[in-house]
Design a protein around this ligand. Sequence first.
Ligand SMILES: *Cc1c(COP(=O)(O)O)cnc(C)c1O
Length: 453
Amino acid sequence: MTEPTKILLDESEMPTQWYNIIPDLPSPPPPPLHPGTHEPIGPDDLAPLFPMALIEQEVTGESHVDIPGEVLDVYRLWRPSPLYRAHRLEKLLDTPARIYYKYEGVSPAGSHKPNTSVPQAYYNNAQGVKKLTTETGAGQWGSALAFATAQYGMECEVWQVRASYDQKPYRKTMMEVWGASVHPSPSDLTEAGRAMLARDPDSPGSLGIAISEAVEAAVGDPDTKYALGSVLNHVLLHQTIIGEEALLQLAKVGETPDLLVGCTGGGSNFGGLSFPFLREKMAGRMNPTIRCVEPAACPSLTKGEYRYDFGDTMGMTPLVKMHTLGHDFIPDPIHAGGLRYHGMSPLVSHIYEEGLVEAESIHQNECFDAAIAFAKTEGIVPAPEPTHAIAAAIREAHRAKESGEETVILTALCGHGHFDLKSYEAYLAGELVDYDYPEEKVRAAMENVPVIA
Ligand SMILES: *Cc1c(COP(=O)(O)O)cnc(C)c1O
């Protein structure tokens, strides 16, 4: 029998619970703090931004959380997602490694983001919320939330980072098709945006600024709440369906991974894939190395400091302990818009500090070299973000070739690049800049990070 290329689950095999890793960790992550008092925050502090069901998930001590039936109904539009064996890429690389990738680009928005936008819209709608605001970088999160709010007849308003708004115009149209309204950020619609424009009228924007704008718009309106596409515990919780499915799929072909690699912007696709495997590892049932991959231009884990900082540029969000490059650090305009975030999920940061996962950073051109090799063999044109994971997988496949080891590599191909072709155009024209770690800019930004005793 030939070895399968796609390992599929039946709809009836789709997991019905999300996995919360926190109770299984050696210690819990440090609590978020109030931005004014620096005291740990309670549920009431988050209530203007999020519905109570999501706040409960943010702090839950339960290991497993049931996925509501109405969310499973929407998930079934594209889940379970396929796990692929990259036979043709392996052949090109002439490696004894076996490479598997879990493909999340089959969702309506083209990435893993609907795994959390759907439950977020569901719980907000159940609490009577009429409208959600959010930020988006490359546009993947904005489209995922626009799709999810359309499922529940809600309104959606999106602030899209200016650099991406200009690079990827069709993402905006896609969000509008699903009924959302979209503004470039910084915009003149909020105080935060106007303050940024006063400082720099040509600001390329950042996720931190766009978050400030979306949060400001939500807190001013009792029928409106805010939705975040990454970073928070409940977002990573929702994404664990990726890893739960992948565990079942690898079991079908009798494989256990030696290495998991995932790209990390805010940590949600990485956490979603890896946490169920980390559970298995901590229980002694497998022993994979688990590695985060980030852009050299925005390397929060490998170069950032682990300390309390704001999630947004204007300092409106709670303070969270994470690896940060400084909340007002504005990364160079690399094409992986979803990886241009100054911080990291507090949960991934904590797990990294505990030594349970590793991290490395890679430059843009190596990532696109890898993406081209991948597209020519496997066919799928990856989003710029997961090109980092593919590049890391290829590095490992080369190592396996040297050592002769049959390393089993698992990665998340967390989105397709059909709206990111400008980046491929620039790469093919030889115009892609390998932005280095911007040490001076980070040093300046770190001076504005609050000092917490
Ligand atoms: C949003 C996004 C990312 C970055 O976010 P994470 O929370 O780190 O997953 C990466 N890849 C794609 C395709 C995205 O849409």
